[in-house]
Each structure stands twice: as C-alpha cells, then as structure tokens.
Design a protein around this ligand. Structure first.
Ligand SMILES: Cc1cc2nc3c(=O)[nH]c(=O)nc-3n(C[C@H](O)[C@H](O)[C@H](O)COP(=O)(O)OP(=O)(O)OC[C@H]3O[C@@H](n4cnc5c(N)ncnc54)[C@H](O)[C@@H]3O)c2cc1C
Length: 463
C-alpha cells in the first residue's frame, strides 16, 4: 500500500501554482466538500489550475506523491462523482472557463471544461446556433462535468445525449501526459473511439482540459403541450401513440401525482392535483407553419387518447415557459420539503416507463415515506426520489430496501440503473445487479490501463 505525502505534494505544487490557486484554509475548503447529493467529504486541498500545462504538472505531482485527485465541475452531480472520498486534492475548473472559439463556418464550439453550461447557450443563441445538451442544472453545471457524466436533458429524445456532440477532446492522463483526440471533423474512425470512452467516464480515466462540440442550427419555433391523465397506463399508451404518429417530439416529460402536488404546494401553482400523471410534450422545427401544424396534430392526438382529462397547447412563449417551470421545479420543490432523500435515475425501454411508475406506486411502505417519480418519458428515464425523515434510521433502512427493489425491477424490465446521473458513489454497490460476468472486471482493467496507481477520482463506479 502506498502512503500519500500531502506535505511534499503541496510543496511541489507551490513551485508552479500561485498561493491564490491553492486552497488549504478549512472554511474555504469546506465549499469543495459537497455536491448535490448533499454528502460531504473534506479534501486536504483544492487546486485551481488556469491552463492545461498546470493540470499536467498537478497530475505528475499526484503520481509522484501518491495523492488522489478528484476533478470537480459545478458540483451539481447527483451520484457523488465529484466528492473526494479518499481525501487528497480536488481540482476545480472555475478558472479554466473560456469559450475559446465558436466556428460558425464549420459549426463547432471549442471550450474549456469550466464553462458554465448556460453561458455557452447564451453565446450560441446570439449567433442562431444550437448546442442541444442542456441539463436542467444549466446555470450551475459545467461543460466538463456534463461531458464527464454524459449528461442528458429534456430534449435528448430527439437530439441525443452529450456524447453525440463531442467531436474532439484534450485530456491529461493520471501520470500527467496530455492527449489530443478527434477534432473539428464530422467523421473520424481512426483507431479506438477513445472520445466515447472518456465521455461518461465520470472523471476516473483522465482530466478533460478542452472540448470541441458539434453545433446545429437553432430551431426557430417551439410549441409546448401539457396533458393530464387519470391513469398511468394510459400515459404509456399516449407516449407510444405520439411516437407512432411519425412526429418526433423534442421533449416528452412525465410527472406523477406526488411530483404534481409537491410542485403545486411549492409554487402555489394551479396544477391538477387529482391527476395521476402530467405529460409535457414539446415540438420544435424551423418552419412556423409546419411546427404549428405538428403541434396541433399532437394536441388532437392527446385529446383523443384514453385517460387524458385535459390538454392545452401553450398560446405563447410565456405560457410554454410556465409549463416548463412546473417540470424544472420538481427537484427544487422536493428538496424544499427539508426531508432526507435518496434519488434513483433509472431507465427502461420507453413503453415500460409508466409501468415502472405504477410498480413503484404499488410498493408497500410506511406512511412517513414518500416516493415521487418524474422524468424524461420519451427516453424511458425516470427520476425516483424517496423521502424520509431526517436521522430516522428505521426509515433510512426502509428507503434503501425500496431503492433495491426498484433497481431489481428496473433490471427485470431490461433497463439500466442510471440513465444520466452516473454511477459515482451512490449507485456503485448496486452495479453488480445489472452487470454480470466479465463486464465489471473488464471495466476495472480499462481503469487500470489509464490509471495504474488508482489516484484519479478513486472510490467511484466500482470498489
Ligand atoms: C437541479 C438539478 C438538475 C439537474 N438536471 C440534470 C439533467 O437534466 N440532466 C442530467 O444529466 N443531469 C442533471 N443533473 C445532474 C448534474 O447537473 C449533471 O450530472 C452535470 O452534468 C454535472 O456537472 P457539474 O459541472 O456539476 O459536475 P460535477 O458534479 O462537479 O462533477 C461530475 C463528474 O464529472 C467529473 N468532472 C468534472 N469536470 C471534469 C473534467 N474537467 N475532467 C474530468 N472529469 C470531470 C467529476 O469528477 C465528477 O465525477 C441535475 C442536477 C441538479 C442539482
């Protein structure tokens, strides 16, 4: 077993980083100890590199002194990926945050990892360009974090996930060597697809220092439809009917009755509290006439669908924004309940999603426990929040029992334990439910090939 030497590490780091790039003060350091899971692990230092060369030198020092390094973006992660569970250093990208280039001719953006997602969105909107991956955490999450998690978002149903837009990467390996992959080309099949491997690797294989994203023309028109249903199975039928219509919506979201009521309470908003499900559907396109016609067709389809009690097509952008706010406010509303909670991010084949919601609704549990479900219905991706009272260990045990039952049912339905939030720390112990045989050992060999000493973001994905 190697012994880390933090003093020697910091001495060497001090030779090339300024004092204001090295955090050791405990109070300031505590800001780097948590993420959106609300778990806390205190690092011994936080480092704020300003360029890729400094990242390389930090990783060389990590290797020389056996000090673990955990990359951190906006710390909005919901699986604990950015938490320094084994102490050592966290590497924050708050100062590696430049939009280097927006190449309008070739339709590519080149950015550093610390750029806040929404900042790129604003810049691209000014130029009529579009980078679809835009998670709901857009004002706090970083593009580096989104790439490391292969983040999803509401429009993934039409546009695909973050991985589908990454065409080039610069990264630093745990030993400090820099690598360049891909570039500004639409196609590239030279050698193994290491870009795809690094995207979604949760900061465990390499530190990403630069990204090249493919861009699209910005859709000019959007139309949003809200529908309430009095039964969950009808929601499954509605989802299938929409896809069979030949129109691909750019978003299709589901909220169950508990999610509806939690948002209604939190916002004081007039949602249909008795509904079993709320479905939001968005259509986008370049032509006003065509997009509007498609939206009318989907609205008519909703009205004619069994179990649908109410359908409305937003009359203008302000109303569409109000519909979207209901969906965006689910997680903040649940967190505002001030209970402890466990979150799952399961994904099943699209049609099975409402059946999974129904299965969860049917689970027996004590009255003190509440389970809210909502998510990306078009992707079959469900966010499950199990709320229990703070510091009540019997309820905590029950919550974990329910979580495992939900995971097992997800796997039985041919699904996956995480659709977009990653394995990180929180899903790690359950991964063997989904992956059998040689899969996890093979993944461990990949990790060892990149990081033989296990110093980059240790204690994540698998034990
Ligand atoms: C309110 C809310 C809404 C959310 N909505 C969505 C959503 O719609 N879709 C979705 O997919 N997720 C969502 N999330 C989860 C989270 O926002 C995403 O996982 C996001 O991509 C994390 O980005 P981050 O910058 O906060 O990364 P962090 O949480 O800081 O880190 C995440 C992982 O990335 C690694 N990492 C960060 N930067 C680098 C780098 N430069 N090189 C290598 N590894 C790196 C870290 O080590 C860690 O493993 C939401 C979270 C919240 C709190």
């Amino acid at each position: 077993m190697t012994i880390m030497s933090i003093e020697g590490f910091l001495r060497e780091i001090g030779e090339f980083l300024r004092e204001d790039q090295i955090v050791t003060d405990r109070e300031y350091l505590s800001h780097f100890a948590y993420d959106a899971t609300e778990r806390q692990y205190m690092p011994q230092t936080a480092l704020l590199p300003e360029n890729a060369e400094e990242v390389s030198r930090i990783m060389r020092c990590s290797n020389d002194h056996d000090v673990p390094v955990t990359p951190q973006g906006g710390r909005t992660g919901l699986s604990g990926g950015a938490l320094p569970v084994e102490g050592g250093a966290v590497m924050s990208f708050t100062r590696l945050n430049r939009i280097i280039e927006i190449d309008e001719e070739n339709m590519f953006a080149t950015v550093e990892p610390g750029v806040i997602s929404n900042d790129l969105q604003i810049e691209l909107a000014r130029k009529g360009l579009f980078f679809p991956p835009d998670p709901s955490s857009t004002v706090d999450s970083t593009l580096g974090g989104n790439v490391a998690e292969n983040a999803g978002y509401t429009r993934a149903v039409k546009y695909g996930v973050t991985r589908d837009y990454v065409r080039g990467l610069e990264a630093v390996l745990p030993g400090g060597e820099a690598i360049t992959l891909g570039g500004k080309t639409v196609k590239n099949v030279a050698g193994y697809d290491l870009i795809s491997l690094l995207v979604g690797s949760e900061g465990t294989l390499a530190v990403i220092t630069k990204m090249i994203f493919r861009l699209l023309p910005r859709p000019r028109v959007r139309r949003t439809i809200i529908a309430y249903l009095d039964d969950l199975v009808s929601a499954a039928d509605l989802i299938v009917a929409v896809f069979r219509s030949g129109i691909i919506p750019c978003a299709m979201e589901l909220m169950d009755n508990i999610a509806i009521n939690t948002v209604a309470d939190h916002l004081g908003a007039p949602l249909a509290r008795d509904a079993a499900a709320l479905v939001l559907i968005e259509i986008d396109g370049q032509s006003e006439g065509e997009t509007h016609r498609e939206a009318l067709e989907i609205a008519a389809l909703c009205r004619g669908s069994g179990g649908v009690t109410y359908t409305a097509l937003a009359t203008d952008d302000a109303e569409a924004e109000r519909f979207w706010m209901f969906r965006r406010e689910v997680l903040p509303s649940l967190k505002a309940l001030k209970k402890d909670h466990i979150e799952a991010d399961v994904v099943v084949p699209r049609y099975s999603l409402p059946f999974l919601v129904k299965f969860i609704r049917g689970l027996e549990h004590s009255d003190a426990i509440k389970i809210a479900t909502y998510g990306h219905a078009g992707d079959g991706n469900l966010h499950v929040t199990i709320l229990h009272r703070r510091r009540n260990f019997a309820e905590l045990d029950e919550a974990y029992r329910l979580l495992e039952v939900i995971y097992r049912e997800t796997v039985n339905m041919g699904g996956s334990l995480t659709g977009e939030h990653g394995v990180g720390l929180t899903v790690m112990d359950y991964l063997p439910l989904q992956m059998r045989g040689e899969t996890i050992p093979l993944m461990k060999r990949v990790k060892a090939a990149f990081d033989p000493k296990g110093l980059l973001n240790p204690g994540k994905i698998f034990r």
